[in-house]
Design a protein around this ligand. Structure first.
Ligand code: GAL
Length: 358
């Protein structure tokens, strides 16, 4: 039986929003506005969302889009969810069109800094902005996971993986493959992982600048492999898409070493079951979408809920990430965020049977 992660609170809020109709929203500087600056009920009920791309991670289209659609609709919004396809120009064009049609609230996943310009425009029209998953300076809220904890879990995968292979972390050759430095989360992942790995005595043997372009990540790891003459004991990788590219290179040399990841994507879960990836950090999209939707509803009612913490002055709601290894891949399936039919293909089927993925 698949359990629903979506909190009941969002559904309850739906009736509240619909009953309350449209009231002054935003952070006091007005509310939803259409292009003429007027406030309309229809605009107030539009939640305008911009997702960054389809390449850096399958999560945006296969996870966040349906989760946001469900939670925002349950919250009484019309969800206008669009994808910038890794183009900052497209990001700005989408935002202009959405704001012209009117938005009661904007949920932005930053792309190479494009979110900041949209934030300024939205604020000038009195539209509140929630930085969704990735931080944007000056947003009304930042809703994400505890991304430092994400990094710590990834770092622990590497420390435990070396221990299991009886490798001394102080002398092990570990390659660090971080995320795109224009993504504020990438630093949190990096600093969390390094805090755990350095405590164990691990130092980077090779560390490219970092990217969310998996093809580029694969090329940079191939360069690391050559530079280190194949003498690599583990690879800290910030997400599953890049981990798959790293594993493709290792497969060419018939080499398997501890590799970390993030997003519990289908390829990531398959690599874990095949013993090619040590684990992934699972972030149930519904938790993020549900929290963002609840905040959107409150903002539209002119409320400004306080947050448990803040990041650079932006109120921050951090969900708790979950470590997934072969023996709890089933959790992702039970949550409805993956299916056994998608995971257990070809050679993976045998591992699914062994680890009870069904
Ligand atoms: C991060 C996000 C991760 C990862 C990465 C690549 O900001 O939090 O889940 O997928 O982007 O898109």
């Amino acid at each position: 039986m698949k359990k629903s992660i979506l909190g009941v609170a969002t559904v309850v809020a739906a009736s509240t929003l619909l009953l309350a109709g449209c009231s002054n929203g935003g952070s006091g500087s007005g509310s939803s506005a259409n292009s003429s600056g007027g406030t309309t009920n229809a605009a107030a009920k539009r939640a305008c969302v911009i997702l960054p791309d389809t390449e850096s991670s399958p999560r945006w289209e296969s996870g966040d889009r349906p989760a946001l659609e469900k939670s925002l609709t349950a919250g009484g919004f019309t969800a206008d969810i669009q994808n910038a396809h890794n183009s900052t120009t497209q990001y700005a064009t989408i935002a202009s069109a959405q704001l012209s049609k009117g938005c009661g609230v904007m949920l932005l996943v930053d792309l190479n800094g494009a979110g900041a310009q949209v934030l300024t425009k939205a604020k000038s029209q009195g539209v509140p902005v929630i930085a969704y998953d990735r931080p944007i300076a000056g947003a009304d809220y930042y809703v994400s996971f505890d991304n430092t904890k994400v990094g710590e879990l990834e770092g622990q995968l590497i420390v435990d993986g070396l221990k299991a292979e009886k490798k001394d972390p102080k002398t092990a050759k570990v390659v660090y493959m971080g995320g795109d430095p224009t993504d504020g989360n990438a630093k949190f992942f990096h600093d969390g992982a390094v805090s755990v790995m350095s405590k164990a005595g691990i130092k980077p043997a090779f560390e490219p600048k970092g990217t969310w372009d998996a093809t580029k990540s694969g090329t940079e790891f191939a360069q690391a492999y050559t530079a280190l003459h194949g003498n690599i004991d583990a690879v800290w990788v910030a997400n599953d898409a890049n981990a798959a590219a790293v594993i493709n290179v290792l497969n060419k040399y018939n080499k398997t070493v501890p590799v970390s990841g993030q997003d519990a994507s289908i390829p990531g879960l398959q690599n874990i079951l095949l013993g090619k990836q040590t684990g992934t950090v699972y972030k149930p999209y519904q938790l993020e979408a549900d929290q963002a939707s609840k905040l959107a509803i409150a903002l539209l009612k002119g409320q400004k809920p306080s947050a448990p913490s803040s990041v650079n002055g932006v109120p921050f709601f951090a969900e708790t990430p979950i470590l997934v290894k072969a023996d709890n891949v089933e959790k992702v399936v039970q949550d409805g965020n993956a299916t056994a039919s998608a995971i257990c293909t070809g050679a993976v089927a045998k591992a699914c049977a062994k680890y009870g993925v069904k």
